[in-house]
Design a protein around this ligand. Sequence first.
Ligand SMILES: [Ca+2]
Ligand SMILES: [Ca+2]
Length: 118
Amino acid sequence: MDDDWEIAYFNTLARDGRGDFDNDGQTDFEEFRAGTNPANDNSVLRVLTLTPLLGGGKTLLWSATPGRTYRVEFKADPQAAEWSELPGTVTAAGTTGSKVDPAAGSDAHRFYRVRLLP
Ligand SMILES: [Ca+2]
Ligand SMILES: [Ca+2]
């Protein structure tokens, strides 16, 4: 983790990134990568809602950091090794990102994840 970032949030360089200071389920290092606040449990990269659309699509909404770019992936079988990408990336304009999966209805279930791009 960047020293300036660590000092800004923790006022120490003693944290190694593996801890979860604010207990929001993401480690300090994951929050560093995601651009979220490691000392605020309301600031976390997570999927907020999955809204069905007419015609079988779904809209995925997640908590985002403005200016960061995300990719949404899915799989129909949670045991499957491979994730499939929804085409295109999303650069968040505000504190949420959203993406429509127009083909969500083509599988009985779809499991989603949102990845922050470097
Ligand atoms: Ca955390
Ligand atoms: Ca946090």
